[in-house]
Design a protein around this ligand. Sequence first.
Ligand SMILES: NC(=O)c1ccc[n+]([C@@H]2O[C@H](COP(=O)([O-])OP(=O)(O)OC[C@H]3O[C@@H](n4cnc5c(N)ncnc54)[C@H](OP(=O)(O)O)[C@@H]3O)[C@@H](O)[C@H]2O)c1
Length: 267
Amino acid sequence: MIETIPSFGLGTFRVAAGKTAQSVKSALQLGYRHIDTAQYYDNEAEVGQGVRDSGIPREDVWVTTKVWWERLRRDDLIASLKESHRKLGIGTIDLALVHWPSPDSVVPIGETLAAFQEAQQLGLIRHYGVSNFTAPLLEEALAAPGGDAIVTNQFEVSPFLANRALVEATQKLGVKVTAYMPLGEGRAHTDPTLADIAKKHGATPAQVTFAWLLSREIVVLSASTNPEHQQVNWDAQKLTLDADDIARIDALDEGKRHANPPFAPTW
Ligand SMILES: NC(=O)c1ccc[n+]([C@@H]2O[C@H](COP(=O)([O-])OP(=O)(O)OC[C@H]3O[C@@H](n4cnc5c(N)ncnc54)[C@H](OP(=O)(O)O)[C@@H]3O)[C@@H](O)[C@H]2O)c1
C-alpha cells in the first residue's frame, strides 16, 4: 500500500466520456501511480476500469475521489462514498476529499470529519482530506476531532496564481498542498517567460511549470488523455530549475483565479 500521497498525479476533470479509462490505463503504464477523480466528474466507473485494465497491482496505485459539497452531512457522505466505492470497483479508496467547503459552514466540518472516520471503519476509504479550503477553514478543520488526519488541501496553483499565502499557511500547518489547474487553463504553453526557461533546459513550458510546483513541495495534478503529453508531463520530475528560473516564474503571479464558483468560500 502507498502510505503518502504520490507527488505527481493524473487529473480526470472534463475528460470526454469514453476517454477516461484509456487515459488512466496509459498513464499508469507510463509510471503514474496517482489518479485524481471526483463524484462530480461522473467518471469514477471509468477511472476504476482504467486502473483494472492497466495491469498495475492495485496496492501500487493511489486513487483520490472527492465528495460534492451538497453531500457533506453524515448520512449523505456515507451513502455517497458507498456509491463511489461501488463505481470505482477497486476496493478501499485511498483518499476522499471534501471537494468544496460547506458554504457558510452550514454543515459543521466536525460532522463531515466524523463521517469520514466512520467511512474508514467501514473500509470505504483509507485517508481523508479537503479541497478549496482557505487558511481559516483549514485551521478550523484541523482543530476539530479527526482533523489531525487531514492529509492534503487541494486547490488551484499555477504560475499565474501562485497562491503563496495559502500554500505557506497549509504547509506550515503540516498539510500537503496539491495543485490543480497548474497550466492556468492552457496559458502556460504560450507564456514567453516559461518558453524562454524551457528553451534553456531543452524542456517544454508545461514541464517547467510542473518542476516549479515540485520545487515548492507541491503535489502536481496534470490532466491529459494524450499518452505523448502524459509522458512529457511525467518527465518534468527529472527537471531541476535554478534560483533565477524560480524567481522569474514567481514574478508571473497575477493572483488570477479560474476556479471560483458561486459556492466558493471568500478567498
Ligand atoms: N479540487 C478541485 O476543485 C479541482 C478543480 C479543477 C481541477 N481539479 C483536478 O486537477 C486536475 C488538473 O487540472 P486540469 O484538468 O485543469 O489540468 P491541466 O493539466 O492544467 O490541463 C489539462 C489540459 O491541458 C492539456 N495538456 C496537458 N498536458 C499537456 C501538454 N504536455 N501539452 C499540451 N497540452 C497539454 C490537456 O489536453 P490533452 O488531453 O490533449 O493533453 C488538457 O486539455 C483535474 O483534471 C482534476 O483532477 C480539481
